[in-house]
Write a protein that binds this ligand. Structure first.
Ligand SMILES: Nc1nc2c(c(=O)[nH]1)N(C=O)[C@@H](CNc1ccc(C(=O)N[C@@H](CCC(=O)O)C(=O)O)cc1)CN2
Ligand SMILES: Nc1ncnc2c1ncn2[C@@H]1O[C@H](COP(=O)(O)OP(=O)(O)OP(=O)(O)O)[C@@H](O)[C@H]1O
Length: 210
């Protein structure tokens, strides 16, 4: 029997199809809107009720049309230490302090990571706040990522432990979908910032400890 013309070696799942569509949408955002959104999101991240005034905070190295966090990084309180995620062999992200100009090395996906020895890496538990990149989000605080499960595995410990670290999504409004069809392992966001607003999903975060 001849397969239908549209068939591919492996039909994508509905989640994969949604990912592809949302990534295209994210890449298509033009520079002026992208720049304005990054500025607006930086201000919203700094104004979060639980925004840390000191300690480790993590962003990411923007790629594939993701929102750049450089404006947030440079406007952070002086006592905050900006970190980038590093893929670790146990399947959970580690984090490493990074300042502009410090050495970077590409990971297996070609994303730059701080070039530091393994024993200098920090676990998620050391972070006060982590800003997570995302492909899609819904208004219940669920996030669709790149499909590697990295943030879900890294933050699974938050199921039976309160913040910190606070997990905050950064996204364009265009990445909003009705539902991301959350899976049992998906870790919900505590908050989400887009160019048009901040959504707080957790109401049990103590601003004095987060
Ligand atoms: N900027 C950024 N850093 C991040 C993430 C992210 O989403 N954005 N991650 C969030 O979890 C982790 C990396 N996870 C990833 C998972 C899958 C693919 C991926 O499938 N990439 C390709 C194929 C390229 C390749 O793998 O060689 C793709 O674009 O299709 C990339 C990153 C940690 N760092
Ligand atoms: N806590 C966990 N323990 C074991 N496996 C997990 C856990 N969380 C996620 N995974 C695995 O990761 C895979 C990818 O998950 P998912 O598609 O939700 O990734 P994602 O959230 O889009 O990606 P990312 O967080 O890397 O951006 C799933 O197939 C799942 O098996």
């Amino acid at each position: 029997m001849t397969p239908p013309r549209s068939s591919t070696p492996r039909d994508p799942s509905p989640r994969d199809a949604l990912r592809r569509e949302l990534r295209e949408r994210r890449r298509a955002i033009l520079a002026p809107a992208r720049i304005a959104a990054a500025e607006s999101i930086a201000s919203r991240l700094l104004a979060l009720p639980f925004a840390p005034t000191s300690g480790y905070v993590a962003g990411y190295w923007a790629m594939d049309g993701e929102i750049a966090l450089s404006s947030w990084q440079v406007r952070l309180p002086r006592e905050c230490i900006y970190c980038l995620p590093v893929l670790h062999e146990d399947g959970r992200l580690r984090f490493a302090p990074w300042r502009g100009g410090a050495p970077l090395v590409g990971n297996r996906h070609g994303i730059p990571e701080p070039d530091v020895p393994v024993d200098a890496l920090l676990p998620a538990e050391s972070m006060s706040l982590v800003v997570a990149p995302l492909v899609g989000f819904d208004m219940r605080g669920h996030r669709l990522g790149m499909g590697g499960g990295w943030y879900d595995r890294t933050f699974a410990f938050r199921r039976d432990r309160a913040a910190p670290p606070v997990l905050v999504g950064a996204a364009f409004d265009a990445q909003h979908v009705e539902t991301v069809s959350p899976q049992p392992w998906d870790m919900p966001l505590d908050a989400l910032c887009t160019e048009s607003g901040t959504h707080l999903f957790s109401n049990d975060i103590d601003p004095t400890t987060a």
